[in-house]
Ligand binder design. Sequence first.
Ligand code: GLY
Length: 582
Amino acid sequence: MRQSVQAFVSRRSLLRLASLCLLTLSGSASLAQIAPRSVTAIPPAQSFLGRNGMVVAQESRAARIGVTILDRGGNAVDAAVAVGFALAVTYPRAGNLGGGGFMLIHLASGRDAAIDYRETAPAAATASMFLDARGNPDQTKLRDSGLSVGVPGTVAGLALALAKYGSGRFTLADLLAPAIALAKDGFAVEDDLADSLPAEKGRLARWPSTKAIFFVGDDPLREGDRLIQNDLADTLRAVAERGPAAFYAGPIAERIAAAAREAGGIMTADDLANYRAIERAPLRGTYRGYDVISMPPPSSGGLCLIEMLNILEGYDLAKLGPSADAFHRIIEAMRRAYADRAFFLGDPDKVPVPVADLAAKEHAARLRAQIGAHATPSIAILPGRRQTGEGRNTTHFSVIDRDGNAVSNTYTLNFSYGLGLVAPGTGVLLNNELDDFTAKPGAANAYGLVGFDKNLPAPDKRPLSSMTPTIVLKNGTPFLITGSPGGSRIISAVLQVIVNVIDFRMPLGRAVTAPRLHQQWEPDAVYVEPGFAPALLDALRARGHVIVATEPHTAANSILVTPDGYLGVADRRTRGSLAAGY
Ligand code: GLY
């Protein structure tokens, strides 16, 4: 396996020459695409100290439901399952039944588990399914048609987590009950829901079945309006009564498949019947004496995170503090880990992925040795196409119970509200997750993430993800539970929360709200949130970094275990995140 990484590294040098030509031809046009934009400031975080349990989620009703389950004797997995189903109702732009995600679990017994409920490509998928007649990536097929819909994994994933790791005190029906009530009785539109509905009006308005739920006439529901989702309540009730089979076979599955096909897709009811959530061995790394547990492929998140931490472990970041010297090294670590992501990662059940090699300290040491005083041009690491990309999508929640069982869960529809299409008669918003495949070697997805052969679409394959649910252990027990939405920026956000806490010794509130920066190899730019000192940015420019201002759009809802209790910090980069405990 090690040979395969090294062979690839020499392939990099061959490709470098060709890519330099590419750079010469495309450079000026590409830089024009990444011009600075106006940005809004990062709002203060909300925090809560709970002695017995804590849930931090992007929507307050769902967070409170999780705390109620903990208070009634549920463990962190019970609470997480209830939160996951509740967010499908209260946070429909990312909470979901029609998407997928990853749940990372650390049990107080010391056991860890990773539940992969990522969407799969339908059985009829082909490597060229997202190309146009000229053989180029077709953005409409990738993001705006039924072809982009992956077979949903959330219902299977949450049910598997409960069956294997729940306390046994709650049935699936018990944990679905609050979500069913919210869908049936409705609730007032507020916070991020009130912000995101008008922002996505155009994409949602294309589908009558979606308009019927989220609009009044031609306008999306507004702050204070009541959102009632009767079809979704019926779907949730069917799952409560008959388990996941009610979703994956019979009328609900048939309606989901039919909706995807009518929108130009290839999904069949058999694809749903054949869907399986998978339990995988979590990825483990170490950082300055802490154990870092995160999601293995088909997420790229855990591997990139561990690779970046391994590189940074060789620097005394605590001594450097949050300075230009430190951020230069952090940027260079990001650049190299995201480049490896592009070339080496894909669905491990379909392509070989050199996980152990990439996670090895020796690999990080080789990469660290390449980092000098100046920015390395991304083109000198690997070739790729320059594109911009960013996402307001996905949602993350962190949970811990009184016994120290912890859950870090990130799940998604890909774009906000996914494809925007509610499968008629189900209330289920469908994802457009298959854009996370690489349409053609060297092409970028909506987040500007370039990929190659390993992430091409194939039957039943899972597209590479950036979701990075993570639990950091100190002396074998949970220390920090974190994760974030934000497309490609998820991984760099999680990295910076960890570095802020462990290296820069920031209190968790500051660690979460501190401005973040992001580099993902291609495009060759460093995206900076508002709040960095101008002198620090000038110092980074002097080292050769192209600095681009960006809106904040990650939300690292995190929990720190302190001697006084569980400190939950809700990242208010989106309105309505809540840390709730008891
Ligand atoms: N769809 C975003 C991700 O999985 O990374």
